[in-house]
Write a protein that binds this ligand. Structure first.
Ligand SMILES: CCCCCC/C=C/CC(=O)SCCNC(=O)CCNC(=O)[C@H](O)C(C)(C)COP(=O)(O)OP(=O)(O)OC[C@H]1O[C@@H](n2cnc3c(N)ncnc32)[C@H](O)[C@@H]1OP(=O)(O)O
Length: 664
């Protein structure tokens, strides 16, 4: 956990050895305390060097230990002993020095960055010796330093607090950081440290800390996909992808081209018309140039080729289709690709919810077909749903997952069903929001409740950003609205279920969201982002309610949160039952990275577990009783099963799902 060596007969070299990141576990803290005592008491030792094994200084506290009661020696007395010691201590930093690891570096009298210690111990000692001759150790003690305190500290911290409250709504840790900075600027060191410890203790015991720790591990768990066949992340070899093609240079296609090119993959971009090709080309080049400028690198324009001909794709390793969300069109593209691409080329679709297996079925290589569902804008959003069809091979899945990682995405393997995981869950969530509109709420009231909960954007602002026409087209194609609706349906019912036509009415007025300057809100201009409540929407809602004799009622924020979020989680339970997601962590990661679910709430499934499954079940039963024509409010069998099993922790739900069949 910490190796102690005497180097050149006078330097104690303490190496943290706790793979993978040399985190400060209780065993490491214990071993360090012992090593420091040995070094400080050994008259032969004139200096101490602390480093980390395998090129990583220290990743901070061992987060794995946070789940249980804190054991082992506390960190602060150890840091105090290092800081107050009479022998110079050097932090030789490679890789990371985070959290408690950074604190450790700060209390050392010297820090040297980017040093391979094993090779440079002598240089370090020499450097320390020289500095020591020049400066006594007391001037190197962090506790002796005075923190400059600006005269306008209060005003300054107030401005920062306002900004933090706006950017990280409801999150405790950044506000506690500001208080710690105030303590550092206004109190003597020992009192400041005490204040910081108090703040930390408050955070440590909060639900937010548990949620954030859960998110950290959920994100890493999500990459570890596994199939019922036994194929999984660590036994399936991905193919190397050197070249790719993107079909369609709309918003999604452009973002995908940028994501690929900036990690060094050569890309052929295909459009169907010259004008669209030229527009797409200019946009992609601009995006790549801006991106390269921001990152201080040169734009990889030489990797791009733009063409109108699918024939140019015959030698690429992988194709990602990003044409309109139209099954017939996609099928034609896949048939064509089957003909022109070499037999080993992987064929991927960026569909946001259509049947990946139906597309695989029209190709000559169904095992090489997989969904790669990017989120808009694709070069910014971190989420990638890798949609595994029943015929996708493990090598194909491994390649899509690994390509996602290479592009810096958080990739999650999901099964094939309408909407996959993210968009399938979105439906009950959005349905509840529109039902609440019918019952008396406004878009801004619902959005505010969701944003106060911590969402980056409420459901209506998010829909305006994404564009309302996509959902409208899908509803028309599936016969829920438009001329194909069976006239026997009452206006607010479809297939025997409650249906809210308000979103269709909004679209019928040409209000497609930000891009048209009007949607659920109004904007200064088409493409504007500043959402303002629109009296026309208010009128529309009032007319609608009076047409259907709906008496509007006051709706509380609590009802908004419960109906929207419990319906969302309920669908998550169904997804787990159906084997479309392998574990609750995958669902949560999808919502954290793709839908702006607040990280300090952990994701919809974790949030449900924090509220208490029993309470979620009780509230769903209550709302389902009030709205029996909304099947999404009927508690799922898995939720009931988990409650019957005593509401186990989210990390163990998998045990209860094991018996169910998997679509992965
Ligand atoms: C008395 C109690 C003692 C209190 C001590 C004082 C408290 C101080 C507060 C803290 O220090 S809180 C922790 C602060 N540190 C962090 O938040 C770092 C979190 N880690 C990262 O940001 C990254 O992992 C990394 C270190 C930058 C490395 O990134 P990389 O992409 O290279 O690898 P990953 O896939 O993220 O991680 C690899 C592997 O390591 C596990 N891991 C990472 N950090 C920790 C950690 N701090 N504790 C435990 N485990 C950690 C991670 O889970 C991966 O594991 P896997 O099994 O391979 O999935």
């Amino acid at each position: 956990m910490a190796r102690y060596e005497l180097v050149k007969r006078s330097v104690a070299l303490i190496t943290l050895t706790n793979p993978p990141v040399n985190a400060l576990s209780s065993a490491v803290r214990h071993a360090m305390a012992k090593s420091m005592e040995q070094a400080l008491n050994d008259p032969k030792v004139t200096a101490v060097v602390i480093c980390g094994e395998n090129g990583r200084f220290c990743g901070g506290a061992d987060i794995r230990e946070f789940a249980g009661p804190l054991r082992g020696p506390p960190l602060v007395p150890l840091l105090d002993a290092i800081e107050a010691g009479e022998k110079p201590v050097v932090a030789a930093i490679e890789g990371v020095a985070l959290g408690g690891g950074f604190e450790l570096a700060l209390v050392c009298h010297y820090c040297i960055a980017h040093f391979k210690v094993n090779h440079f111990v002598l240089k370090i000692i020499k450097a320390v010796g020289m500095s020591r001759a020049a400066k006594p150790l007391s001037s190197r003690r962090v506790s002796m330093l005075t923190t400059p305190c600006p005269p306008d500290l209060d005003a300054l911290l107030e401005v920062v607090t306002m900004e933090v409250k706006k950017k990280a709504r409801g999150v405790m840790a950044p506000l506690a950081c500001i208080q710690a900075v105030r303590a550092a600027a206004t109190m003597p060191y020992s009192k400041g440290i005490k204040r910081e410890s108090e703040l930390m203790a408050t955070l440590f015991n909060s639900g937010q800390a548990r949620a954030l720790q859960y998110c950290f591990f959920a994100q890493r768990t999500a990459g570890k996909w596994t199939l019922p066949s036994g194929a999984q992340w660590n036994n399936s070899k991905p193919r190397e992808i050197r070249s790719a093609a993107i079909i369609g240079l709309g918003t999604m296609g452009r973002g995908i081209v940028v994501s690929l090119a900036r990690v060094g993959i050569s890309v052929i971009a295909v459009e169907s018309e010259k004008k669209l090709l030229e527009t797409g080309k200019q946009m992609v080049i601009g995006m790549l140039e801006r991106d390269a400028k921001r990152r201080g690198v040169s734009a990889s324009l030489n990797l791009l080729k733009f063409t109108l001909s699918l024939q140019d794709l015959k030698d690429v390793d992988l194709v990602i289709e990003a044409v309109f969300e139209d099954m017939a069109l996609k099928k034609r593209v896949f048939q064509e690709l089957s003909k022109v691409c070499r037999p080993a080329t992987l064929l991927c679709t960026n569909t946001s919810g259509l049947d990946v297996d139906a597309l695989a079925g029209v190709t000559d290589r169904p095992h090489l077909v997989v969904g790669m569902h990017f989120f808009s804008p694709a070069h910014v959003m971190k989420l990638l749903e890798v949609v595994c069809g029943p015929r996708s091979s493990s090598e194909t899945i491994a390649t899509a997952m690994s390509l996602g990682k290479r592009m810096g995405k958080v990739s999650v393997a999901v099964g094939n069903c309408p909407g996959f995981v993210g968009n399938r869950m979105l439906k009950p969530y959005m349905d509840q929001a529109t039902f609440l509109l019918e019952e008396g709420a406004t878009p801004e009231q619902i959005d505010k409740a969701l944003e106060d909960f911590g969402f980056a954007m409420g459901v209506f602002r998010m829909s305006d950003l994404a564009g309302l026409d996509v959902g409208w087209r899908i509803r028309k194609e599936s016969g829920l609205t438009g001329p194909d609706v069976d006239p026997k349906n009452p206006p607010r019912r479809r297939h025997g279920r409650r249906y809210c036509p308000i979103p269709d009415m909004v679209c019928e007025q040409g209000r497609f969201g930000q891009k048209t300057g009007r949607g659920w809100y109004m904007y200064d201009k088409p493409g504007g982002t500043n959402a303002k409540p629109d009296p026309l929407i208010q009128n529309l809602l009032e007319m609608y309610r009076s047409r259907y004799a709906i008496q509007p009622r006051n709706i509380s924020d609590q009802e908004i949160i419960e109906r929207c979020l419990f319906a969302l989680a309920n669908e998550g339970f169904r997804i787990l039952e159906d084997g479309i997601a392998a574990r609750p962590e995958d669902i949560d990661v999808i919502y954290l990275f793709g839908y702006g679910f607040p990280r300090h709430r952990g994701g919809p499934m974790f949030y449900a577990s924090m509220v208490g499954l029993e309470r979620v079940l009780e509230r769903l039963e209550h709302y389902h009783q009030a709205h029996p024509d909304v099947p999404h409010l009927e508690p799922s069998p898995l939720l009931k099963k988990l409650v019957a099993c005593g509401s186990p922790s989210v990390q163990t739900w998998r045990e209860h799902i094991k018996t169910m069949h998997s679509h992965l």
